[in-house]
Design a protein around this ligand. Structure first.
Ligand SMILES: C[S@@+](CC[C@H](N)C(=O)[O-])C[C@H]1O[C@@H](n2cnc3c(N)ncnc32)[C@H](O)[C@@H]1O
Length: 193
């Protein structure tokens, strides 16, 4: 990754409203994870990264500010898309786009690299939800995971996916685990067949 633009997560958080900041520790990716994740993705100017459930936009905005690749974040909560767009504008990251959409409307073939930070955890969590727009719903959890698994399975050989806090996500057998850090929380998967 290129230049470092923030010294700490706490400093980055001050760019958000308090309503968004309060979810930072549980739901937004830490800066050092973004840094390693971006290194692992091995991006160039032709890369297009999809953040699956982009929340308040931290991953895309930080990564996009120090990379020439394109980044798109897909997020189903409108207030978080608004917060993400505000951060993107504040950082002047023209290579970053946020879209309000359900991930099941997105064709992964339009992207080359992927970031997956446990986006559906709220459907099976007992607490720590962002708000009550997602409730306990294991059927939706399985449907959403199945959609992502199916999309990943159709991508070209060599596709790189970085996951964070997603140890139980069942990658299709076409992928191999290539690297692990942070007690297994950060993982690099590559499509090998
Ligand atoms: C753990 S947060 C990660 C945020 C961001 N990727 C980051 O690292 O800072 C997961 C996000 O996924 C979003 N999400 C959950 N289900 C979704 C769906 N079906 N479509 C789009 N976004 C979804 C949630 O609203 C939440 O903002």
């Amino acid at each position: 990754m290129g230049k470092k633009i923030f010294d700490s997560d706490r400093e980055f958080d001050t760019l958000y409203s308090e309503a968004v900041q309060k979810h930072s520790f549980i739901h937004w990716t830490p800066l050092e994870i973004i840094e390693t994740g971006i290194d692992w993705l091995q991006l160039d100017k032709n890369s297009h990264v999809l953040d699956i459930g982009s929340g308040a936009g931290k991953f895309c905005a930080v990564a996009g500010s120090s990379s020439k690749a394109r980044f798109t974040g897909i997020e189903m909560r409108e207030d978080l898309v608004d917060a993400a767009n505000a951060i993107r504008d504040r950082l002047g990251a023209d290579n970053v786009t946020f879209k309000l959409a359900d991930i099941t409307t997105i064709d992964f073939k339009d992207y080359s690299h992927f970031y997956y930070y446990n986006p559906f955890c709220e459907y099976i969590a007992e607490f720590d939800r962002i708000d009550d727009r997602i409730t306990y719903d294991p059927d939706s959890f399985r449907r959403l995971e199945d959609y992502v698994i199916n999309q990943f399975d159709q991508l070209p050989h060599g596709t790189r996916v970085v996951t964070y806090c997603s140890e139980t996500f069942p990658f299709p057998s076409s992928y191999e685990l290539k690297d692990l850090l942070y007690d297994g929380k950060l993982a690099l998967w590559v499509k090998v067949r």
